[in-house]
Design a binder for this molecule. Structure first.
Ligand SMILES: C[S@@+](CC[C@H](N)C(=O)[O-])C[C@H]1O[C@@H](n2cnc3c(N)ncnc32)[C@H](O)[C@@H]1O
Length: 255
């Protein structure tokens, strides 16, 4: 869920609510404590408000500062009828990806096999896994994999195979799949040659990438060396001038 920020207190963008925890970004010089207290007052069901200072490293780990509330970071979040245990200081969760999740759920077929190479705590694996024959999921962050397993069990997804480690290793153990989700936002294209190892002629790859709009043509040319770009969908605005897109690709050897 995303809430409008209280006006005039330096909260930039929407308030990202995960379970009963609110995450905000602040402009320089903002009175974070006042903003946090105001958010709690206006939304009494929220337990804690944190400022997201940065998101660091390949594991995309949030660096948080408590603004108001108890300071607990473990919460339970529901989305599209699925439940997720999330520790907001360990993992990121974007409420802004919901439209893309719905699109993906409308696209998958029950007889598909899917690989979710950057699975995190199961943002895509759980809903997609509920609709397909088998889902193979990897993440390099062992803590994310631990939560991925909790979330698979909670949601009774029984057709999943989970790998704790680098997806570039995982693909060496996988058969060809019908669909690949690459939910990593930066330099995702560097993993494409590895994804190609599990592509059959009809495999669809959903490659996520944050990119400046003006750089799209150049990026598409790069992708088109080995894939055909069949669709480009805007997931959300990411930061001023930068957009989170998903590129739907099919391998060139299909043609
Ligand atoms: C931006 S998060 C996205 C999580 C989720 N796919 C989503 O869309 O919300 C990226 C995830 O990729 C994982 N990751 C980064 N490099 C990886 C690699 N080489 N192999 C597997 N997972 C990796 C991180 O640990 C993190 O959980």
């Amino acid at each position: 869920m995303r809430l409008r920020p209280p006006p005039g207190l330096g909260v930039t963008g929407r308030i990202n609510v995960i379970g009963d925890i609110a995450l905000v970004k602040l402009s320089p010089g903002a009175d974070g404590k006042r903003a946090g207290e105001m958010i709690l007052r206006e939304n009494p069901w929220i337990d804690s408000v944190f400022e997201v200072r940065t998101i660091s490293g390949a594991e995309r780990r949030p660096v948080l500062r408590l603004l108001a509330g108890s300071g607990k970071t473990l919460t339970f979040h529901t989305e599209l009828g699925f439940g997720f245990f999330v520790d907001v200081k360990k993992f990121m969760w974007s409420a802004g990806n919901l439209r893309e999740k719905k699109r993906l759920l409308e696209t998958v077929r029950p007889d598909e096999t899917v690989a979710d190479l950057f699975a995190g705590i199961g943002y895509w694996t759980v809903p997609v896994g509920s609709r397909v024959k088998r889902i193979y999921s990897s993440d390099i962050n062992p803590e994310a994999v631990e939560f991925l397993c909790y979330n698979l069990i909670y949601n009774r997804i029984k057709n999943s195979v989970v790998f704790s480690g680098d997806c570039r290793t995982f693909v060496n153990y996988l058969p060809k799949v019908d669909r690949i989700i690459m939910g990593y936002l930066f330099e995702t294209e560097k993993f494409l040659d590895h994804a190609l190892k599990i592509c059959g002629p009809d495999t669809v790859v959903h490659l996520h990438r944050v990119i400046r709009k003006k750089n799209i043509d150049e990026f598409v040319s790069l992708l088109e060396k080995k894939f055909r770009v069949v669709d480009i969908v805007k997931v959300k605005s990411y930061s001023p001038g930068r957009v989170h897109f998903v590129f739907d690709l099919v391998p060139r050897h299909r043609a």
